[in-house]
Each structure stands twice: as structure tokens, then as C-alpha cells.
Design a protein around this ligand. Structure first.
Ligand code: ADP
Ligand code: ZN
Length: 719
């Protein structure tokens, strides 16, 4: 294998290239292994979720290999995006597809022949164009990357006959390593891809489909519009996509939002092509922040900084739901996915399903919908649920990123109510869904209850004091406990398990854990957990200065506009957040910011540094006024801490700030220093309790400050 001509002779420092060319410090999971496989001249099959960082797996090797990297990609818009992004990092790349005029194509041919290109993107149809094969034969191709590789398989959901032509590439370049990449493939599709591409020995890289940075929330679809507005408020500077099930639904909601001063545009397949393109473009360029769309929106959009995906209506399948939510937070920053869940939507969808003529297809559609509903009704971790659906086990007890795991729980004695509910299930004959059983328990005199004579049962009305929702939840909890079970068909009949019978017979006590409510009687939605300030916020988000962040965003927008690029191609949100946290004031400082490559440093560095410096100077002046020696204290104006210690801490702060090229208050505020001098913490736990100390600062500064405190107390005790 060592004769493979593409192997670079000297071992390149991959991490160095990652930093200088792409501006990233660390590889994402699997990237390094995959790159290593290419560099060893071997074929790879890469299965990674959206946003996992697939492109880098071939883009980085492309820079290390002598010859050209050929990239096959089916979506014209994405090709342009990727090439623009590469060029913005100073990497020689081009694309050829039907949108490129012939005279430009010949220019690209010439550049490729002369070895001036590192990456060439083509659409699969191109392989069938006369003369193209000949052109390729004249090139030195050292890597072939096939994006959206599931399109080659008829088992996948997006089969494209043109992809079958790709096999000819294997014939033309028998020794060139091929990388097939996809975000959607079952084991069956995966094997089919390998077979169709004639690479049976390709190494398969299957990464987890868990998206750590996404939080999944399901909320009852009540006062949904108000809830949506609240969510938009919680995401003041992020892009949002709101999915609706119908075309006029998108238009109505977009209009309603806009009339409430939330500029939003609709998007659906029934709209004029031109308008659609324009809408998409404006979204990508941050000119409009909110898109209200049918599922037609999203394919071919690579925007990395979508912070909120809301499903206003119930999706038909979990596959669709997961694919749509996958468009949030591609850049790895915390983002939210909110599903508004209602039984009414279910009925609507079932109405359409009943219209499907083919019975197997109807059956399948119903099953998929049932899964979606089970997801919405789950009282267990949403993340574990979806991953489980895709065949992946997620065994952490608490994902920390879904409404179920984030909810506060309370334990309550459920013995009596459990006995009542289980008895009612038995008395009504184990032939009904929870709704009817609950009606009986609550003493309903509705028609159906009377018709069945269930008002005569001893269990009729024995749980009058309990709310309908509450009883529904208890039925669910009893299911989780294995005391009740539900039939899998759409009638969802509840019956009692043998454990349930034992429980009744043996008169055991039972305590259950349920989600704690703000006020039990309140009929509105439970106070939902707000994930924004949860533990999932990335480190840099901790001490972020919102004001500077906003200024940097404005600066970025201006830079993008003058270059006719989408803002995220200047630098990503993560970079802005880090700048607004660490206040880099030198070029060296800027190189530590995520996404700042050498080329970007040269092009935009000064603009950002100027903005940070002038903002920081103004803050310093303000802080100076605050840096007077402390005189606060309870009695006689004496400070209630040792002023000597305070001075030492302040001196340390000055040194730390200086070595980082940051203003002093970025390390700690005076208030924190005062509290420190007063509490004199001895360990990390004590330090963490101080005001203004978050996990990031704890890790970065605690040891230095604790050391000073220790020295101070030792000196004092020695006296
Ligand atoms: P995919 O094609 O798998 O959906 P992309 O290749 O578009 O994902 O990458 C998603 C985002 O992650 C992009 O903004 C990309 O620049 C960024 N990214 C990729 N690799 C890294 C890395 N090692 N560190 C930080 N960001 C990365
Ligand atoms: Zn969870």
C-alpha cells in the first residue's frame, strides 16, 4: 500500500493545519481517525449526524495531499456555500455545475490542469457530460469525496440515479482513496453504499447521532403563539425556524408574528421559485431571523447558527422530526428544539392517513405517527427515546438536555390513587383507553358512561378530587412502573399487568416520582425549564459581555455585507462569544479564538481588535472609578475583611489580567475580590460559592487565588 502516490512524504502536523487553516483548536469526535484513514490511502465510509463536521474530514486532507480532491455533491446551493467558505479561508476551491456558465467552466478546467486547485466540487450529472471523463483522466486526483452518499442507494430515502455513475470513478482512479459521507443511513443503506461504490473494504466510521448541544423540549400546545413569542425572546440574537404542517399555516403564523413586531417570512413549496430563493438568501444573511416553513425548508441550507427549531404542529414521523431539529446548532453551540404537542394534531394527521389507499402504506404511516406520539407523551428522557428509535443506546440516566431530565421532580405517596385507578381499569373491563377510565373515576355522567352503565360501578366518582391531567399522568406513571400496560394499537386500551394485580392484592404502598408543578391547580402549562441558563451552556458563554457581543455582531454584519457573504462566513457565533468573554487585545490573543484562521486574522483581525479595544477602554475608565480602596464595613466604616489580603488579591488580579492582555474586571470584579477577602475560601467548593465565580473562572483562576489566601493566613497565624 505504501506505493500509494497520494501519501505525503513528511507526516504533516494535522492539528497545526486545523488551527492555521480552519481556525479550530481541536478535532471533533472521529475527525482525526477519518483523516488518518485517508492519509493512509484507504477508503472510508463516514456516518455522522448533521453538524458533526463531515466536510472537514476531506477538506483537511485535501490540503495535505499533492493532487486534487474531487468532491461530488448533489446540491447546487451547498456547493457554492462550501466553496465560498473554503475561499474565505484562503483555500483554492471551485465548483462546476449547471449554474456555472461555459466560459467559466473552461477557466476552472485550466486551473485544475495546472494544479492550482486543491478541491473541485462537481454535481454527479457532470460525470455523464461528454468530455468530462477525459478531462478527469488528465488530472492527478488524490482523493474522492462523495457527499450525501445515501443517494446512491435505492434503500435510502433520496435515491438519485446519477449517483450510479460514480462507480466509473473507481475505474478511472483505482488507487485513489474514496470517502463516502452521509448523515442518514441505516446499516442496510451503509452496506449498500459500500457495495455500489465498489469499496467493500472501506473502513466504516459510525459516530453517535446524539447532538449534545441540542436541548429537546416538548410543551403542551396551549397558547402556543404566546409560548412561541416567549421562546423568540429567549433567543434574542439567534436564527429560528418554525415548522408548520400546512402552507397557509406558515403564511398565517408569519403574518401574525410580523404584526407583533417579530419579522418573519413564510416558506413553502407553493411559493414562487424566485421568492423562495430570496427568502432563503435573506435568512442566511441574517436579514430576517425567523422563517415559518413547511418541511420544504432546510434541504440545502447549511446555516450553522440556527438557535431555535420549533415545531408548531406535530410532525408525521420521528425521522422527519429528528432531521428538522438537526438543523439547529450545527456550530456546536447550545440550541433548542421545541415541539408543541397536542392531541388535536394527532386527529388531523390520522384523518389524512385514513385517506391513504394502499393498506400497507396506511399501516406504516400510522405506525410512524404512533412513534411520534409516543415520543411526545414519553415521561422518560427524550434524547434516549429518539436515539433508541434509531437503534442507538443512550444509557446515561439524565441527559441534562430535555424537558423530562431538566424538570424538577417530587416524590409523592401514590398508594391510594393507584389502587383507585387500577380498580377502575379492572371494573371497566380492561377494554378502554385512559380517557374513558378517567371519566369514570371523575364521576362523569357523559353519554358513553351512562350507555355502558359505568355510572353504576363502585369506582364511579371515587377520584373526583383529582384533575384530568393529573390522572392522565398517574396512568402514565403506573405504566412506567409496570402496573398497567397499554395495547400497541391505536385504541391504546389500558389493562392491568400481573404486577398490578399483585399490588392490589398485597396492599403494598407505592410512592411515585412526578414532575413538580409550579402550582398544582393552575391550568396553564407547567413552568417549563429554561435551558438557556442550564449547565449545557458552553464555557465561553459564561462571562460573556452582551453589549460587546452585540457590537461585534453588527461589525460582522457590516463586513459580510461589503463582501457579499453570509455573516457566518466571516466568523461564527462561537468566535464572537469568545471575543466578548476574553477581550483579546492583540493579534496573538485573537489566534486563540475558535474559527480564526491565519487568513481571517489577516483580513478581519484589525477590525475586531479595534472594536474590542475601544469597547474595553471605555469599560476600563468606568471600572477605574470603582477601583478606589474599599471602605465598606459594618461598624465605624471599617471594612469587614483584611485590607491587606484584599490588596494582595488585587495585585494578583492585575498580573493575571496583564498576562492575558485583558482588562482587570474580566478576571474578577471588585465585588468578587471583596467577598473573597471576607470569606477566605480554602478549597474549590468554597471558591465556587463566591459571587461572580462560574465554572470557567473557577477552573482558570481558583488555584492562583487560593494560593494567595493560603499564604496570607499562614503568615497571619505565624505572627
Ligand atoms: P456536516 O456536513 O456534518 O453537517 P459541517 O461539515 O457543515 O457538518 O460542519 C458543521 C460546522 O462545524 C461547520 O460550521 C464547521 O465549520 C464546524 N466544524 C467542523 N469541524 C470543526 C472542529 N474541529 N472544531 C470546530 N468546529 C468545527
Ligand atoms: Zn433527557
Amino acid at each position: 500500500m505504501s506505493e500509494f502516490r497520494g501519501v505525503a512524504t513528511a507526516e504533516p502536523d494535522l492539528r497545526q493545519i486545523l488551527k492555521t487553516r480552519f481556525g479550530y483548536d481541536d478535532f471533533r469526535p472521529m475527525q482525526l481517525e477519518i483523516i488518518g484513514n485517508v492519509m493512509a490511502g484507504r477508503d472510508s465510509l463516514v456516518l455522522m449526524p448533521t453538524g458533526g463536521g463531515k466536510s472537514l474530514c476531506y477538506q483537511l486532507p485535501a490540503l495535505c495531499l499533492d493532487g486534487l480532491t474531487l468532491v461530488i455533491s448533489p446540491l447546487i446551493a451547498l456547493m457554492k456555500d462550501q466553496v465560498d467558505a473554503l475561499r474565505s479561508n484562503g483555500i483554492a476551491a471551485a465548483y462546476i455545475n449547471s449554474s456555472v456558465p461555459p466560459h467559466e467552466v473552461s477557466g476552472i478546467y485550466a486551473a485544475a490542469r495546472a494544479g492550482r486547485l486543491k478541491l473541485l466540487y462537481i454535481a454527479p450529472e457532470r460525470l455523464a457530460v461528454g468530455g468530462f471523463d477525459e478531462f478527469l483522466r488528465g488530472l492527478r486526483v488524490d482523493q474522492i469525496a462523495i457527499d450525501e452518499a445515501h443517494c446512491i442507494s435505492e434503500w435510502g430515502h433520496d435515491f438519485r440515479p446519477d449517483y450510479r455513475n460514480l462507480r466509473t470513478l473507481r475505474v478511472t482512479f483505482p488507487r485513489t482513496p474514496v470517502m463516502a459521507l452521509t448523515a442518514t443511513a441505516t446499516a442496510k443503506v451503509r452496506d449498500d453504499i459500500a457495495e455500489q461504490l465498489g469499496m467493500p473494504r472501506a473502513r466504516q466510521f459510525v459516530s453517535s447521532f446524539n447532538r449534545e448541544n441540542l436541548t429537546y423540549l416538548v410543551r403542551p400546545k396551549r397558547r402556543a403563539f404566546d409560548q412561541l413569542v416567549q421562546l423568540l425572546r429567549e433567543h434574542p440574537d439567534g436564527a429560528a425556524i418554525v415548522y408548520c404542517s400546512s402552507r397557509d399555516g406558515t403564511e398565517r403564523l408569519a403574518a401574525e408574528l410580523s404584526s407583533n413586531n417579530w419579522l418573519a417570512l413564510p416558506y413553502h413549496a407553493g411559493m414562487d421559485q424566485e421568492v423562495r430563493r430570496d427568502t432563503q438568501e435573506r435568512f442566511i444573511r441574517d436579514e430576517v431571523r425567523i422563517i415559518v416553513a413547511t418541511i420544504a425548508f432546510g434541504m440545502g441550507i447549511d446555516k450553522p447558527d440556527v438557535r431555535l427549531i420549533a415545531h408548531y404542529d406535530l410532525p408525521k414521523t420521528l425521522e422527519g422530526y429528528y432531521q428538522e431539529t438537526g438543523r439547529a446548532g450545527r456550530d456546536g453551540l447550545p440550541s433548542n428544539c421545541v415541539l408543541f404537542f397536542s392531541a388535536g394534531d394527532r386527529a388531523k394527521l390520522e384523518y389524512f392517513i385514513n385517506d391513504i389507499e394502499d393498506s400497507t402504506e396506511r399501516e406504516r404511516a400510522q405506525q410512524k405517527l404512533n412513534q411520534m406520539i409516543a415520543f411526545g407523551e414519553a415521561r422518560t428522557c427524550r434524547r434516549a427515546f429518539v436515539l433508541g428509535y434509531f437503534g442507538e443506546t443512550y444509557d446515561r440516566p439524565d441527559c441534562g438536555g430535555c424537558d423530562v431530565c431538566l424538570a424538577e421532580r417530587e416524590t409523592f405517596d401514590a398508594t391510594e390513587i393507584a389502587q383507585k385507578v387500577i380498580s377502575a381499569v379492572i371494573r371497566t373491563g380492561e377494554r378502554f383507553g385512559p380517557a374513558h377510565v378517567i371519566n369514570v373515576l371523575r364521576g362523569s355522567r357523559g353519554r358513553r358512561v351512562l350507555e355502558l352503565g359505568h355510572d353504576q360501578l363502585t369506582v364511579h366518582g371515587i377520584a373526583r378530587g383529582h384533575g384530568r391531567e393529573e390522572l392522565k399522568e398517574i396512568v402514565g406513571l403506573l405504566e412506567d412502573e409496570g402496573l398497567l400496560q397499554r395495547s400497541p394499537n391505536k385504541y391504546a386500551t389500558v389493562s392491568v399487568t400481573s404486577a398490578g394485580h399483585d399490588f392490589l392484592r398485597q396492599r403494598e404502598t407505592l410512592s411515585l416520582r412526578r414532575i413538580k408543578r409550579a402550582a398544582q391547580s393552575n391550568s396553564g402549562p407547567n413552568d417549563p425549564p429554561t435551558p438557556a441558563d442550564g449547565a449545557r451552556t458552553g464555557g465561553a458563554a459564561l462571562g460573556i459581555n452582551r453589549e460587546l457581543f452585540q457590537r461585534l455582531r453588527d461589525l460582522r454584519a457590516a463586513l459580510a455585507q461589503s463582501r457579499n457573504l453570509p455573516p457566518y462566513m466571516i466568523v461564527g457565533d462561537q468566535a464572537l462569544q469568545e471575543m466578548a468573554t476574553f477581550f483579546p487585545r492583540t493579534r496573538e490573543g485573537l489566534t486563540h479564538i475558535t474559527g480564526v484562521s491565519r487568513v481571517k486574522l489577516d483580513e478581519f483581525g484589525d477590525a475586531f481588535l479595534n472594536a474590542i479595544r475601544s469597547f474595553g477602554d471605555a469599560q476600563d475608565l468606568a471600572e477605574q472609578a470603582n477601583l478606589q480602596p474599599p471602605t465598606r464595613g459594618q461598624d465605624n466604616g471599617r471594612p469587614d475583611f483584611d485590607p491587606e489580603l484584599f490588596e494582595r488579591l488585587r495585585e494578583l488580579r492585575r498580573r493575571l489580567a496583564e498576562s492575558r492582555g485583558q482588562p482587570a474586571y474580566v478576571v474578577f470584579s471588585n465585588r468578587t475580590l471583596e467577598a473573597m477577602a471576607q470569606a477566605m475560601p480554602r478549597d474549590h467548593a468554597g471558591f465556587a460559592d463566591l459571587p461572580g465565580v462560574g465554572p470557567a473562572k473557577l477552573e482558570e483562576f481558583a488555584d492562583d487565588f487560593l494560593q494567595v489566601i493560603r499564604e496570607h493566613t499562614a503568615a497571619r497565624d505565624a505572627e
